[in-house]
Design a binder for this molecule. Sequence first.
Ligand SMILES: O=C(O)COP(=O)(O)O
Ligand SMILES: [Mg+2]
Length: 226
Amino acid sequence: MRAAIVFDLDGTLVDSAPDIAAAVNRMLDGEGRPALPLAVVIGFIGNGIPKLVERVIAHCGLERDRHADLTQATLDHYSRAASDRTVVYPGVVPALEELRSRGHALGICTNKPEAPARHVLQALGLAGFFDAVIGGDTLATRKPHPDPLHAAYAALPAGPRLYVGDSEVDAETARRAGVPFLLFTEGYRKSPVQDLHHAASYGHGAALPELVDRVLALADRPADGF
Ligand SMILES: O=C(O)COP(=O)(O)O
Ligand SMILES: [Mg+2]
């Protein structure tokens, strides 16, 4: 069965938080503010850069009416260094190779803006796996709105659909799109696994190909009601 499998990017395929935190901290440095620890910035990731900056502003007590220019400054810093410290999670490359060799079509639906998302995919050697890349600024809406996910499937050949992600936002997006969700448990999730609506979960990329088979087989049985 050839499926259309769409992946989230940050915290699912790549550990990009160190570069995101570096961009935030360069912006804060420009404001004369101290750097934030990585763990704090990770807690702000998931809804795209504008929301991330809104959370930084609230956390640091910066002026809220600076949101537009602080977002632009963060994006500028990030765009200049989006792949310096970002790494692909273990097992992801062989898993993507295996999924492609089984004939599945792969896509990306991320809240990261599309340009840096494409840059990161290219720089880390992942771009060739994906036939669709939808970023946080590709459409007028972003996750958890289901439209970006629908747009990713629309750009792939028809087939059973799966979404793979790491966060509350991804689980909610899949739920709203009516698509089974595979949860990567080692990304930037904030709540316990059981609080996220998901069909299956995994903690290492190597588990993905078999898990995809299992969830596709389940989804094929109408009584399971995904
Ligand atoms: O940019 C973000 O906030 C999150 O990006 P993601 O959707 O790839 O996890
Ligand atoms: Mg993510």
